[in-house]
Design a protein around this ligand. Structure first.
Ligand code: UDX
Length: 455
């Protein structure tokens, strides 16, 4: 099938590449000239595991190309995907100007029927707004449908190629038929394509992300409580996750959810509920709790040093909001760095993919290590913000030689408590027993940690 994808961010580029992979003829459009030039030269602008192989293969085989020329893409395509940003406006509501602007531009170029697919996460009612734009700018019939994308960064290709489900919001039989054909190769294993009306499809995406953000936040609060009552969140997690109604996934406590989706989508759903005079209380609490959770590691560290970290130097492992991505949007690590700097400490960071992006924010206010061990040199303590696999089994002896003191604040629960006890580290993780080398130190630190949790 002939496809156009407008917008080459994470979702657009993965969608375009994965659609080309099953034999479709895809043109990707973007207004960013340097990005398009790079892609025309075969350079992938984002890091996403598995994408590079598919990207090059489909370019070589002529199934995907990149352009700034919207007209050629519109003429080419029978299905036009819009994968455009919907950033939060000042009041938290999603800003639809990119989508409505693109709809107007496409409308002016139409020569025949097309299916216009909304891939972006958009508030309920957006499909109707987009339809209205087409109706007021062209007499040519189109179907505007909602097809939210559920892929996760880091496993985006896998998620797109084998989705748990595909949600399509449309009442048009013609659009349904085309979309069923398009997605058939991706759901061969029997996962469903679920058809519904446009508004339900739009709300499904927000409901899914907000539910998951709530699930994580609930576990973060259980973890905080575990620290106070002397329970172990890992045990509690396993204990509840085996109940199929709860499920094992997305129960890992940490230093708050981040990324380009959860924070924005939870905010937008609250805002949209407010607009309909519905007070979405549970989600408002989720936002508040997550804000606190993002700084919990810094709070623990400040307590440990009695709020006096001026002149101290810290190592930070992990910058991206989660592993296997270079994306640092809303990453808890950024809040950590800001707090450390504000309190007069210096920071040396290491992340396998996120370092360049962080440089554009902090420049020379922090130092960038070449590898995880170099970051530790002369550091008073190590903080861990992202669970990259290469941090999971480090050389603890080498670490002990490089660090001034064997002190770790781990926001992702990477290490076994027994091992840390054996190695004689001070080890403060999330929702688990505090490990401190001697009992007196343990008691004084425990009361400090409790103070953080009670704050
Ligand atoms: C999310 C949704 O999962 C995806 O369906 C949607 O399309 C886009 O938003 P993504 O933002 O890529 O995907 O990341 P995800 O893996 O869902 O993680 C989101 C955040 O939750 C991360 O900050 C992660 O660290 C955190 N998280 C996740 C936890 O703290 N604990 C968990 O158990 C799982």
């Amino acid at each position: 099938m002939k496809i156009a994808v407008i917008g080459t961010g994470y979702v657009g580029l993965v969608t375009g590449t994965c659609l080309a992979e099953t034999g479709n003829d895809v043109i990707c459009v973007d207004i960013n000239a340097s990005k398009i030039e790079k892609m025309q030269q075969g350079e992938l602008p984002i890091y996403e595991p598995g994408l590079e192989l598919l990207f090059h293969r489909n370019i070589q085989q002529g199934r995907i190309r990149f352009t700034m020329d919207l007209q050629s893409a519109v003429e080419h395509a029978e299905i036009i995907f819009m994968a455009l940003p919907t950033p939060p406006g000042e009041d938290g509501a999603a800003d639809l100007s990119y989508i409505l602007g693109a709809a107007k531009d496409i409308a002016a170029l139409l020569t025949g029927y097309k299916v216009i697919v909304n891939k972006s996460t958009v508030p309920v009612g957006t499909a109707d707004k987009v339809k209205a734009v087409f109706e007021s700018h062209t007499s040519i019939a189109v179907d505007v449908i909602s097809n939210p994308e559920f892929l996760r960064e880091g496993v985006a290709v896998e998620d797109f190629m084998k989705p748990d489900r595909v949600v399509i919001g449309t009442s048009s039989e013609r659009a349904k038929k085309l979309m069923s054909e398009l997605y058939a190769p991706y759901v061969r294993q029997g996962n469903p394509v679920i058809f519904m009306d446009e508004r339900s499809a739009e709300l499904t995406k927000y409901a899914a992300n907000s539910f998951l953000a709530t699930k994580i936040t609930f576990m973060n609060e259980i973890a905080n409580l575990c620290e106070l009552v002397g329970a172990d969140v890992d045990a509690v997690r396993k204990g509840i996750g085996t109940d199929e109604r709860i499920g094992k996934r997305f129960l890992f406590p940490g230093i708050g959810y981040g990324g380009s989706c959860f924070p924005k989508d939870v905010q937008a759903l609250v805002k949209s509920a407010d607009e309909h005079e519905y007070n979405f209380e549970i989600l408002k609490s989720v936002i508040t709790v997550n804000e606190k959770q993002k700084v919990i590691l810094a709070d623990k560290l400040l307590q440990y040093y009695d709020n006096e970290i001026s002149g101290k130097h810290f190592a930070l492992w992990g910058l991206s909001f989660k592993p296997e991505t270079d994306d640092i949007r809303e990453a808890p690590a950024l809040y950590l760095i800001e707090t450390l700097l504000k309190n007069g400490a210096s920071v040396s960071v290491f992340d396998p993919e996120g370092q360049e992006n962080v440089k554009s924010i902090f420049n020379n206010r922090i130092s960038y290590a070449e590898n995880q061990y170099a970051a530790l040199e002369g550091a008073d303590a190590l903080l861990i913000a992202t669970e990259w696999s290469l941090f999971r089994n480090p050389d603890f002896e080498k670490m002990a030689e490089l660090l001034k003191e064997k002190v770790i604040f781990d926001g992702r629960n990477l290490f076994e408590l027994e091992k840390m006890t054996e190695l004689g580290y001070y080890y403060n993780s999330i929702g688990r027993k505090l490990i401190a080398p001697d009992e007196t130190l343990y008691q004084s630190l425990k009361s400090k940690t409790d103070a953080v949790q009670n704050a």
